[in-house]
Design a protein around this ligand. Structure first.
Ligand code: SF4
Length: 333
C-alpha cells in the first residue's frame, strides 16, 4: 500500500472524518507563531508536508493541516526560505532564543519530511538567528536515530551561539491503557525510557506533550490524577537519567473531524477547566521539571470546544505568565 493510502486508511480506521489540507500552497509553511517561554522568545513553525504516518491518535486532527501526498524537498526548502525571508525579521532575529520545528507529525521521518530540507533549515537558522539557544524537533520516538542527531548537534554548534538540541515527543496520557488502548498512541514506557536514556547520553533535552482529559467519559478528577502521575513519573526519569525534561501540557479541545467532536456534541466530552490546570501546576512545584501549558488550540477546535472561553480570565493571564517564568506563586489566585 502506498504511504498516502495507508495514511487515509489509518485515519478512517479510528473514526476520523477530516479532510487533508490539499488547498495549501506547498511553498508556504502551514502555520507559524511566536510565544514566550522560559527559554525566551520562541518561534514555532509548522511546515506543510505529507501527513503523520501514524495518524491514529484519537483526538488529533493535526494531520488535517497537512497533505495526504508527498511534498517534495524543493517545496519544503521554499517554505524554509519563506520563514527566513518573511517571518524572521531584522527586528526579531537576535531576540529569538528558541525555535520549534514541527510538521504536525514527525520531522525525523524522512519519508514525510526531507532530510535535505531539515539540514537546509539548520544552515539558515545558524546564519540568521545568532542568539538561538535551543532547536526543538517534534517527532515520534521510532524515527529518532541517534547518529543523525549527533550530526545535527554538530551542525548546530557551528552557529554564533551553541544551539542545544531538544527532541519533543507526544506522550499524551500517563495511564498505559488510556494512552494505547483508548487514545491509540502506540507508545510504550519502554520505548520512551530508551529514548530518554539515549538523549541523556548526548546531553540533548526532552520535551513531552501530554493532554489533559484526552478521551470522552473521563471525569475532571481522573484527568487531573493522570497528569499528576505523569509529572511524578517525568520527575523520576529526569533524576534517573540526569536529563532536562519539559512537560508541554495541552488541555484537550474538541478537535473537528475526530470522535471528540461527536462526543462534545453528545455531551460526553467537555474541555477541562482552567482551575484543573491550576491545581495540576501547583502540584508540580519542586519536581525538577519545567511545564508549559499550551492554551492555543491552533484553530483546530470546534466552537466552544476549548478550555479558554474568556481570554480575559485572570487565570489565563496567570498561566501565560507562569509559562514564561515558572513562578508558582503567580498561580495562587
Ligand atoms: S498526535 Fe502526533 S502521532 Fe498522533 S496522530 Fe497526531 S500528529 Fe500523529
Amino acid at each position: 500500500m502506498e504511504l498516502s493510502e495507508a495514511i487515509l486508511y489509518r485515519t478512517e480506521s479510528v473514526g476520523k472524518s477530516y479532510h487533508f489540507g490539499e488547498a495549501q500552497n506547498p511553498s508556504l509553511p502551514a502555520q507559524h507563531w511566536f510565544q514566550q517561554s522560559t527559554d525566551g522568545l520562541t518561534l514555532f513553525i509548522v511546515f506543510y508536508s505529507q501527513a503523520c504516518r501514524w495518524s491514529k491518535c484519537l483526538g488529533c486532527n493535526l494531520p488535517s493541516k497537512m497533505s495526504q501526498f508527498h511534498v517534495p524537498f524543493d517545496k519544503l526548502m521554499k517554505q524554509v526560505d519563506y520563514v527566513f525571508d518573511y517571518v524572521v525579521s531584522e527586528e526579531n532575529r537576535s531576540e529569538i532564543r528558541k525555535v520549534i520545528v514541527s510538521n504536525n507529525g514527525s520531522i525525523l521521518d524522512e519519508d514525510t519530511f526531507s532530510s535535505t530540507a531539515l539540514f537546509y533549515f539548520i544552515a539558515k537558522m545558524n546564519m540568521t538567528c545568532p542568539s538561538a539557544k535551543t532547536l526543538c524537533i517534534e517527532t515520534r520516538p521510532e524515527y529518532v536515530d541517534i547518529e543523525e542527531l549527533e550530526i545535527l548537534a554538530r551542525v548546530l554548534k557551528e552557529g554564533e551561539t551553541h544551539t542545544q538540541l531538544e527532541i519533543a515527543v507526544g506522550f499524551e496520557a500517563f495511564d498505559d491503557d488510556l494512552r494505547n488502548q483508548v487514545f491509540f498512541k502506540g507508545l510504550t514506557i519502554r520505548s520512551f525510557e530508551e529514548l530518554a536514556e539515549k538523549l541523556a547520553q548526548h546531553q540533548f533535552k526532552l520535551k513531552t506533550y501530554f493532554m489533559l482529559k484526552p478521551v470522552p467519559g473521563m471525569t475532571e478528577a481522573e484527568a487531573i490524577e493522570d497528569i499528576v502521575s505523569g509529572i511524578e513519573y517525568l520527575s523520576a526519569i529526569a533524576k534517573k537519567y540526569d536529563i532536562e525534561i519539559n512537560m508541554h501540557l495541552n488541555p484537550t479541545y474538541a478537535a473537528y473531524g475526530t470522535p471528540l467532536e461527536k462526543a462534545f456534541n453528545e455531551g460526553t466530552f467537555s474541555p477541562p477547566k482552567l482551575q484543573s490546570i491550576q491545581q495540576i501546576l501547583l502540584s508540580a512545584r519542586d519536581k525538577g521539571i519545567s511545564i508549559f501549558v499550551g492554551l492555543y488550540d491552533e484553530g483546530l477546535a470546534v466552537p466552544g470546544g476549548s478550555c479558554v472561553n474568556d481570554p480575559a480570565d485572570k487565570l489565563v493571564a496567570a498561566i501565560e505568565r507562569f509559562n514564561e517564568c515558572q513562578d508558582y506563586d503567580l498561580l495562587l489566585l
